[in-house]
Design a binder for this molecule. Sequence first.
Ligand SMILES: *[C@@H]1O[C@H](CO)[C@@H](O)[C@H](O)[C@H]1NC(C)=O
Ligand SMILES: *[C@@H]1O[C@H](CO)[C@@H](O)[C@H](O)[C@H]1NC(C)=O
Length: 87
Amino acid sequence: MEMAPWIRILLLLACLWFPASVECMVRHYKFNVVLKNTTRMCSTKPIVTVNGRYPGPTLVAREDDTILVKVVNHVKYNLSIHWHGIR
Ligand SMILES: *[C@@H]1O[C@H](CO)[C@@H](O)[C@H](O)[C@H]1NC(C)=O
Ligand SMILES: *[C@@H]1O[C@H](CO)[C@@H](O)[C@H](O)[C@H]1NC(C)=O
């Protein structure tokens, strides 16, 4: 989903108003959830991956950054996404 223009403006102003956090930024990621055949112990089976990788990609951000993740589910069943390492 695209971010509403007023939110972009709000974020921009927030960055301008607080010079100490002038580094804050919006980081965009796109997750394509796809099946990928993986061979382990001589047997091949499809696993759910993000952008062809399992575990999924690492998101890098600094304090006060905003992260927008667009998730596109290309597999035929519903799923949930969760995160590790959030403080
Ligand atoms: C995985 O392998 C099966 C059997 O060879 C094949 O039919 C299927 O299209 C493959 N799937 C992917 C995602 O490559
Ligand atoms: C996925 O979830 C939606 C919303 O809860 C539901 O309507 C749909 O039937 C689910 N699809 C499958 C394949 O479970």
